[in-house]
Ligand binder design. Structure first.
Ligand code: UD1
Length: 416
């Protein structure tokens, strides 16, 4: 199993190019299932989750090829309308093939995702939404089996804001008969990026980015070319790393307007941030100030940045409170941060962090994607060497993390 060895204590300096967003790329790749025409994506990040999604689409029958700039998809001849357990269990986002397949072919079999490290994460909202659109759903042998002659437009009000739930039903509604209205829809920028791609394919969608999305179903979607938006979570992770370790870094190919809330929190922590077009510069030459964080659906503070800010708070001046409202078990990094000397108390969904003046390198274990990122940040500031085990979690969702950190001057190496 591969590990990451980090020698802490070096400030970060230099430029880093931000990759395409994982959470936009995954649903947008599934949009290739909605058309028999050629479909082309640029700025697709090179990471395990994207490779797993490509494998799943190829299993279903999508032809995929890549050149230096773009990835080409063709879903003209699909022969297996299913997502098998082995693929869904490694990546929950595989559920995103369900909506497009039922909508275009009237049938799909998708394995239930089951539990995952950060909580139970059910898919009941995806299922209820498809039922409201007239799909017959049976759960058999651990699989969701959905059938429908043709989905019918419906008004669907989500009990909870769900990002992939909104994306799945928005894709399903593009080819349904009539108008669908998604209420209490997720407003995440990745939902908007998917909607823009679907609109380029001929879908009639308005309201994406607000909590009410209107979709008027069409008979057919055509091919399109789409550039995947920059990754706001990768952007935020590098900025927090530089705010914690100190230094002066410039993100290029990013989009500040997609994570204002995170930038505001970093300013509150004492960082100087300037935005110029797609460049974001962060300068930090002092100890960060502790900041409180409460996660909630967009545009509030993202749960996918919670662990990284927790790492920042461990070495900040003062005490802070971090409240996680989206996932019930997303504090697994706390145990590991404590191994580095962090002072954190947890009560339910609330963590109280007392900033200490230094952390000490130790061996820690990555438990999920963003928890791993928090351990990398802690390792960058800790005195001595930190070894992070099970970094396959990081490889799922960060493109060339250690190469990018090394280019910023961090002392990071992969132990194979
Ligand atoms: C997406 C993101 C993930 C992010 C999360 C929250 C992708 C590929 N992943 O995950 O990185 O952490 O949004 O911003 O975009 N829920 C239900 N029933 C459902 C669906 C969700 O109860 O049918 C609950 C979940 O358990 C969770 C909450 O709703 O408590 C939000 O989850 P959701 O937005 O669906 O997360 P994902 O779309 O899986």
């Amino acid at each position: 199993m591969q590990k990451l060895a980090i020698q802490g204590g070096t400030p970060l300096h230099g430029e880093v190019r931000i990759s395409g967003a994982k959470n936009a790329a995954l649903p947008i790749m599934c949009a290739s299932l909605l058309t028999s025409d050629d479909f082309q994506l640029t700025n697709l990040p090179d990471m395990h989750d994207v490779a797993t999604m490509a494998k799943l689409l190829q299993y279903i029958g999508v032809r995929i090829s890549s050149d230096a700039q773009s990835t080409h998809f063709n879903g003209a001849n699909l022969d297996k309308l299913e997502a098998p357990y082995d693929m869904v269990k490694t990546m929950r986002a595989a559920i995103l093939v369900l909506g497009p397949l039922v909508s275009r072919f009237g049938e799909a079999r998708v394995s239930l995702p089951g539990g995952c490290a950060i909580g139970s994460r059910p898919v009941d909202l995806h299922i209820k939404g498809l039922q409201a659109m007239g799909a017959e759903i049976h759960i058999e042998h651990g699989y969701i089996h959905a059938t429908a002659k043709r989905l019918k437009g419906a008004r669907i009000c989500f009990d909870l804001v769900s990002v992939t739930g909104t994306e799945n039903l928005m894709m399903a509604a593009t080819l349904a008969d009539g108008i669908s209205i998604l209420e209490n829809a997720a407003r995440e920028p990745e939902v908007v990026d998917l909607a823009n791609c679907l609109i380029a394919m001929g879908a009639k969608i308005t309201g994406a980015g607000s909590d009410i999305i209107h979709i008027e179903g069409v008979e057919k979607l055509h091919g399109a070319a789409h550039d995947v938006m920059p990754d706001r979570i990768e952007s935020g992770t590098f900025l927090v790393a530089a705010a914690a370790a100190g230094g002066n870094i410039m993100l290029t190919h990013s989009r500040a307007d997609t994570f204002d809330n995170v930038l505001d929190k970093l300013r509150e922590a004492g960082a100087d941030i300037t935005v110029s077009g797609s460049n974001i510069n962060l300068v930090m030459h002092k100890r960060p100030t502790a900041i409180n964080v409460r996660t909630a659906p967009y545009p509030a503070f993202p749960t996918d940045m919670q662990a990284q800010f927790m790492a920042l708070n461990t070495i900040a001046q003062g005490s802070s409170i971090v409240v996680e409202t989206i996932f019930e078990n997303r504090f697994m990094h706390v145990q590991e941060l404590r191994r580095l000397g962090a002072q954190i108390d947890v009560e339910g969904n609330t963590a109280v962090i007392t900033g200490c003046d230094h952390l000490e390198g130790a061996t820690v274990m990555a438990t999920d994607l963003r928890a791993s990122a928090s351990l990398v940040i802690a390792g960058l500031v800790a005195q001595g060497e930190t070894i992070i085990d099970r970094i396959y979690h990081l490889d799922r969702g960060y493109e060339q993390l250690e190469a990018k950190l090394s280019a910023l001057g961090a002392q990071v190496r992969r132990i194979r």
